[in-house]
Design a protein around this ligand. Structure first.
Ligand code: DOR
Ligand code: ZN
Length: 382
């Protein structure tokens, strides 16, 4: 179980790990317990298979509503929250708080959001441009069609979470995020200056710079995979479906810009894993699904980046403080401990190549985790 960290204590403790200098095996890093501000937990057998991995590390998680059918009402979000908690072991269900979101459609009644927020069910609402990604067909075609919804969210202080990609087939897939900023995000922020917006899973230097320069109205989540891989990873030695996600990984210069943003200490950037499990057969198919399943080793994955960039002292802000501050929620009061291992050593524990997580419709449910087969430098202690 987690080692409690006093509320005001800043971690990592310098006596244990000094930022910038390489840590050695057995050293420990104490962190205030982090939250995941963007995760896909799915439903049914998949939900049962994956939810424990998120609850093991994170106190809270913003749960994406792109089920089929989508979670569009306060009642369906409440029922989904109950299914999430029921899928956990009782002890984990007490400690873990799913934060629910509503999927915006062009026919959504703004009163649904008012009610959902007042009842303590909805923490945010998610904008999927129609056709941008998995289960987004019911999303928004024209932002003007949801103007009353956005006005209401601005008035009641309900954050808008944005999948920031245009769906215009004329626009190259690698440019869809940057074009979204110009075409849609700039006018949206100007039109609703009081609306809190999170640009989800940013993938470009343009997005990182835009968010850093915008005021407190705008923040961004960054996934572990976009900090580790670039677009070449998708084709390294052959077609690599496990690295296919949306927004798609970009050039190396973008990955480096994201790493600078994440490790900068700027409070506009925080964790959002975008862990998006698809069973192995659905990834390794002639038309494979977008999504990377990073939940089981997410905090370890981020810790590796912060260590490589000599910024372990910035990890706690990114993982555990910037998100709650943006959402206006309290910081978690308990903590987690990561232990250093030498990834090159023969004893190093590696991420499994596959995870067999029960069965779905009579066949085994196999997932390939992000970092499959790799040893990471920091391991979460149980
Ligand atoms: O890669 C992705 N997978 N990106 C998304 O935006 C959605 C997600 C999913 O739900 O599979
Ligand atoms: Zn997502």
């Amino acid at each position: 179980m987690a080692h409690p960290v006093p509320a005001q204590q800043s971690v990592p403790q310098p006596s244990e790990v000094s930022p910038g200098s390489p840590a050695s095996s057995g050293q420990r890093l104490h962190l205030r317990r982090p939250d995941d501000w963007h995760v896909h937990l799915r439903d049914g057998a998949m939900l049962k298979a994956v939810v424990g991995a998120t609850a093991r590390q994170f106190a809270r998680a913003i749960v994406m509503p792109n089920l089929s059918p989508a979670v569009t009402t306060a009642a369906s979000a409440s029922a989904y929250r109950q299914r999430i908690l029921s899928a956990l072991e009782p002890e984990a269900a007490v400690a873990f708080q799913p934060l629910m979101t509503a999927y915006l459609t062009e026919t959504l009644d703004p009163e649904e959001l008012v009610r959902g927020q007042a009842e303590g069910i909805l923490t945010a609402a998610k904008l999927y441009p129609a056709g941008a990604t998995t289960n987004s067909a019911a999303g928004v075609r024209d932002l003007a069609a949801i103007a009353p919804v956005l006005e209401t969210m601005e008035r009641i202080g309900l954050p808008l979470l944005v999948h920031g990609e245009v769906t215009d087939p004329e626009i190259d897939i690698f440019d869809r995020e940057a074009v979204f900023l110009e075409r849609h995000l700039v006018p949206l922020l100007a039109r609703y200056p009081g609306l809190k917006v999170v640009l989800e899973h940013i993938t470009t230097a343009e997005a990182a710079a835009f968010v850093a320069e915008a005021g407190p109205q705008l923040a961004a989540t960054i996934t572990p995979h976009h900090l580790h891989i670039n677009r070449n990873s998708l084709f390294a030695g052959g077609l690599r479906p496990d690295f296919y996600c949306l927004p798609i990984a970009k050039r190396e210069r973008h990955r480096l810009a994201l790493r600078r943003a994440a490790t900068s200490g700027d409070p506009s950037f925080f964790i959002g894993t975008d862990s998006a499990p698809h069973r192995r057969e659905a990834k390794e198919a002639s038309c494979g699904c977008a999504g990377i399943y990073n939940a089981p080793f997410a905090i370890e994955s981020y810790a590796a980046v912060f260590e490589q960039d000599g910024a372990l002292d910035k990890l706690e802000g990114f993982a555990s403080e910037h998100g709650p501050r943006f959402y206006g929620l309290p910081l978690n009061s308990d903590g987690i401990i990561l232990e250093r291992q030498d990834p090159a050593s023969e004893q190093a524990e590696a991420v499994p190549l596959t995870l067999e997580l029960g069965s779905e419709a009579g066949s085994p449910l196999t997932l390939v985790p992000f970092h499959a087969g790799e040893a990471l430098p920091w391991r979460l202690l149980a």
